[in-house]
Design a protein around this ligand. Sequence first.
Ligand SMILES: NC(=O)c1ccc[n+]([C@@H]2O[C@H](COP(=O)([O-])OP(=O)(O)OC[C@H]3O[C@@H](n4cnc5c(N)ncnc54)[C@H](OP(=O)(O)O)[C@@H]3O)[C@@H](O)[C@H]2O)c1
Length: 358
Amino acid sequence: MSEQTLPTVELGDGLTTTVQGYGAMSLSDAYGAIDDEQAWHTLQHAVAQGVTYLDSANIYGDGRSERTISRLFAGAGARVRDSVQVASKVGILRVGGAGSRSVRGDRAYVREQIDGTLVRLGTDHVDLYYQHRVDPEVPIEETVGAIAELVTEGKVRHIGLSEPTGDEIRRAAQVAPIAAVQTEYSIFARDVEHFVLPAVREVGAGFVPYSPLSRGLLTDDWRTLDNAAPNVRAIFPRLGGENLAINQGLVQIVADVAAEVTRARGVEASAPVSAGRVSVAQVALAWLYAKARELDVRISPIPGTRSPERIDENLGALDVVLDADQLRRLDALAAQVAGPRSANPGWTSQGREGLGND
Ligand SMILES: NC(=O)c1ccc[n+]([C@@H]2O[C@H](COP(=O)([O-])OP(=O)(O)OC[C@H]3O[C@@H](n4cnc5c(N)ncnc54)[C@H](OP(=O)(O)O)[C@@H]3O)[C@@H](O)[C@H]2O)c1
């Protein structure tokens, strides 16, 4: 199905994938409505553009994201299965109303959930299975041990962790090889640089930055971001009220860098991105690639979008080079961001490690 080839990266434990993935939470209504055909069209476009890392989870759209991915493998699409790396996750449960979640990481639950994921995906294995959140009631050794059993049984190829602390990464790696750690990382969220990325390097894993566009704030839409419920942005402290206004002011500096890189290309500021104008999202992603080189971490960021054009735009970041002065100005922003990554400090490594945004 793929018409293009993208550069690849070996994360850890022998898992090779493209240097940019697709955040398949966007195949559900997380950031606004998407109908089934638009979801299918967008996913097909990502794969046609050469993206092979598809990031899903059992709870995205209550399984809708996984079911949409299964369409890639149906009928004549069966041969596509081996050319993509499908990631899913276990451990977050919906409880009660919007945004209300709990965590579960016991062995029985992990074993039960993989079977539902495989049925929804229409495949006999996932390439990467993440512990979605660390269960405070269950030692990480039990959860990772349960996923390691699934590796032995052939249902899972590689093990991932989402939002672990640095210490939890080291403990998990004592149980089984960890291929990837996935945590929020962007110009506006740099806390992982303190403990998580050093541990990722130490255990030989790769890193998958989620919400690399700060949930739409680090894009050309920054002035008009829709953060009204039921949109998932409504629950994030940095995307509402006075915090949002402060953070929008910081995006102006990212937009200034985008304008500079556009000028240096000899492209008009009013040109469309498809004609070479550099966007805020492209600068945000190019910054991540620059940090990964500086910090010696192998990454595959996973921007999510409901739009094929934006997949092209986000892949265009691979051609954006930022100079040292631009990187210095972008590096300074996280310290000024108002509001933590999550309203619940226990929910993120940032909260559990007692860190700020920089
Ligand atoms: N492990 C975890 O706990 C966890 C948590 C969150 C997310 N994730 C994963 O990470 C993926 C990405 O994170 P995310 O979706 O939260 O945040 P994100 O990728 O930073 O931002 C997504 C938002 O940005 C918009 N967008 C994307 N590209 C754009 C562009 N070029 N120009 C303008 N707007 C653009 C999208 O809107 P449109 O749809 O309108 O384009 C969407 O609202 C998810 O899909 C999911 O797979 C994992």
